[in-house]
Design a protein around this ligand. Sequence first.
Ligand code: NAD
Length: 522
Amino acid sequence: MSAVLKIANESEEIISYNPATGAEIGRVAETSAEETKAAVERSREAFKAWRKTSFAERKRFVMKAREIILAEMDEIALLISNESGKPVAEALSMEIAPVLDLMQYFARNAEKLLKPRKINIGLYAALGRSSKIIYQPLGVVGIIPAWNYPFSIPLGEAVMSLMAGNTVVLKPSELTPFIGLKIGEIFEKAGLPENVVQIVSGAGQTGAALVESAPDKIMFTGSVATGKKIAESAAKNLTSIVLELGGKDPMIVFADANLEIAADAAVWGAFCNAGQSCSSVERLYVEESAVENLTNLIVEKTRKLKLGKGNDAATDIGAMSSERQLKIVADHVESFEKEGAKILTGGKHHDLFFEPTVISGANNSMRAMQEETFGPTLPIATFRTEEEAVKLANDSEFGLTASVWTKDLSKGKRIAERIEAGTVCVNEVLYTHGIGQTPWGGFKNSGRGRTHGLEGLMELVQPQHIHVNRVAILPNAWWLPYGATAIETFKGFARYFASGSLFQTSKLVPQLLKRIKELRKK
Ligand code: NAD
């Protein structure tokens, strides 16, 4: 058995439930701390051979894994839906399709993206030197994802890690352990060499054990609180980390926007995945003159949405993934009401199904406009000026994504650049995690580092600088021993060579020759 790690200690089990029905899906034994450490050690061994594979070989495995996903698409979509609660439609549109695209993109392009790069070293080149950067893999990448996109996020990160030449130990969320095991099974079926991808199962303590096992990188997706714990623990081994954390993403709608489209976007952006997206629209700011029209459109569209089980094709909004999350949403809705906002539609729940909830009269002083809700709520606030819109949007500890809606694209782009967020869309919302070619990550407490895109791939390699002296026949002027000639020469370096100008540097030549002659004599 290569990709899937079967677990030793049978007494500690995670029970996976279907949040829509409460039915048990199955049980997975927890991987102990010792087993997790052993998995990292095996991964380090496997890395020795994997790092030597060509991009073409890696591509073959990843493309094979894609074929397996395509062949098992219905089964995988249903598993994602059953374990996370989301509609099958979203398992397909927001997880399977985007990650298949990411897989083909990095399989086909990693070699080009990681091509060795020559560096322009200016006047040093005139001295016969050359420099290039090559990108070396890191070693073992530990992946610790959240439960909200349990297939696409860890699988995408695993594929990028593999294409960069690393091996992977993945610990899925305890709420979605079978999806994690499915990822292991896919790689196993694709014929990936033993221990190149391993899955360890468990909750926070297994995640903590993975971090303590000192992999070479941790790719973490989850809450700010856990992110801080991981940063602290990783620091003990100087393990570098990428943190993809929470969001409180603003959507700014100007009166000149296409309000019909903006309303559709707000409804999807706030309620898809039952609002459990890190880049969900959590705050809607509307120019005062348009608020009535936009709100009416949003309420009308929201009332038509169907709550239901994920495996029903008619379902728009599925069950929330956990009771813990549902309680936060209920608390936020209650606190909005207490602080004077008005629930226009929704606000109630039965079991883990929370009605999509539209709230008017919100403002930034309300607690639930500051804390991440991570559920199907859409609070609406207003602004009067461009300046005020930017100020309200930036008034948050988070900065993951944001969107600006206006027909005036230059205004849209101008405002976008003033928003403190890792991604800002103009007349678009939420979906760019699905474009694997683009970087993903947050400003402020929304995270550190990037996944996806060239920037994300660079997180998974270490640049190595190769410097060559093609004319190693004379000692360098800056070598030992020193003396009066050396000091005069170094002043010349400061005055002329360091100017970057070849003309200025030519003034240094007589002094340089004198110094070299002196060095050769010694
Ligand atoms: P969480 O922090 O509770 O758990 C995330 C993962 O960390 C899980 O696998 C968990 O088992 C593990 N974990 C918990 N304690 C740990 C520890 N001490 N050491 C190591 N691992 C530990 O988060 P969650 O509830 O699963 O996810 C929801 C959060 O994720 C939200 O805040 C959401 O915004 C965020 N998120 C961010 C992104 C992004 O790209 N920025 C994407 C998805 C979700």
